[in-house]
Ligand binder design. Structure first.
Ligand code: NAD
Length: 305
């Protein structure tokens, strides 16, 4: 029996996660929660999702308040302000910190043993904040971003190399933001030798990646399918206890030489959340970039109250 709650479920990412998760028939219950003024929209999202399920999925979707989230196994928090064109993720810090503080107070009235997956930006800073101040074990506190960044990396490489993106393994570590670190040394292809990249190619790919989310925001107002699909991969690993490795924001305790920062690293996921932070061999250039990403995040964390 698996119960998932989505906080922010009336919004773009929350409703899309709910729909994709429900259609996969992975969990038994999904509870949609949003603010009271979005009550009607939240009810509508839940009903519309249910209408997509009857032929393929056993999942029961319903909307409610925090009392309905009681005993959730996983709570996905997508609530908060999204970026507008011209804004950075860090610009959202103050407003979204307040939103998450109030949400975690409400959640904790009805739940004490659950795994949180946060998408709310700036996700690395807020994930650490939740771990530090909401008394949560780091194994149960997962920030989402690396799977999406890595998916964008794979897509960018697939266009350049002329191979399907699902034939490429490529991972982004570090911040879900401008100091992201593409791990070129671990790029591999399903068919063929590992590709190599010149410095110019690496810079050009990184520059494309930094623009990729904002391109979507400018064109359609928000990113939607990418984050929703990525969150579902994490939920699947947890409920199936399949020990898959995904890049997630996790609070580090000496791994990669970094402490007291949440940032994207490979984590092994199972039924109890983060089972292991996997330490890959990186090049000195990648290690330095990851260290710089951690320094940037540590400094920005001082902005939080
Ligand atoms: P959205 O505005 O469409 O939805 C946000 C929802 O949160 C709204 O329905 C709103 O009513 C709700 N909300 C606000 N305050 C709340 C509260 N106190 N309690 C409950 N619900 C509340 O935004 P979106 O496009 O779905 O994005 C949501 C967040 O996810 C943003 O911060 C965005 O930057 C972030 N995001 C992160 C990633 C990632 O990879 N980490 C990807 C996309 C979006």
């Amino acid at each position: 029996m698996h119960k998932v709650s989505i906080i922010g479920a009336a919004g773009t990412v929350g409703s899309s996660v709910g729909y994709q998760l429900a259609t996969q028939s992975l969990v038994d219950e999904i509870v949609y929660v949003d603010i009271p003024s979005k009550n009607s929209l939240t009810i509508g999202q839940a009903e519309d999702t249910n209408h997509a399920l009857s032929y393929t999925s056993h999942t029961n979707v319903y909307s409610g308040d925090y009392s309905d989230t009681e005993n959730s196994d996983i709570i996905i928090v997508t609530a908060g302000k999204p970026r507008q064109p011209g804004q950075t993720r860090v610009d959202l810090t103050s407003v979204n910190q307040k939103i998450l503080d109030s949400i975690f107070s409400d959640i904790s009235q009805y739940n004490d043993d659950f795994i949180s997956i946060i998408t709310t930006n700036p996700v690395d800073l807020l994930n650490r904040h939740v771990c530090d101040f909401k008394n949560r074990p780091r194994e149960h506190v997962i920030g989402f971003g690396g799977v999406l960044d890595s998916s964008r990396f794979r897509y960018t490489l697939s266009k350049r190399m002329g191979v399907p993106s699902n034939h490429i393994k490529a991972t982004i570590l570090g911040e879900h933001g401008d100091s992201q670190v593409p791990i070129f040394s671990h790029v591999s292809l399903l068919n063929g030798p590992a590709p190599t990249f010149s410095s110019d190619e690496k810079s050009s790919i990184l520059s494309d990646l930094k623009e990729s989310a904002m391109c979507v925001i400018k064109q359609k107002g928000a990113t939607q399918w990418g984050p929703a699909s990525g969150v579902c991969h994490l939920v699947k690993s947890i409920v199936e206890n399949n020990h898959s490795i995904f890049p997630c924001s996790a609070v580090l305790n000496g791994e990669y030489g970094i402490s007291d920062v949440s940032l994207g690293v490979p984590v092994r996921l199972g039924s109890d959340g983060i089972e292991e932070i996997v330490e890959w061999d990186l090049t000195s250039e990648e290690t330095e970039a990851l260290t710089q990403s951690a320094i940037k995040l540590a400094s920005e964390y001082q902005l939080l109250n």
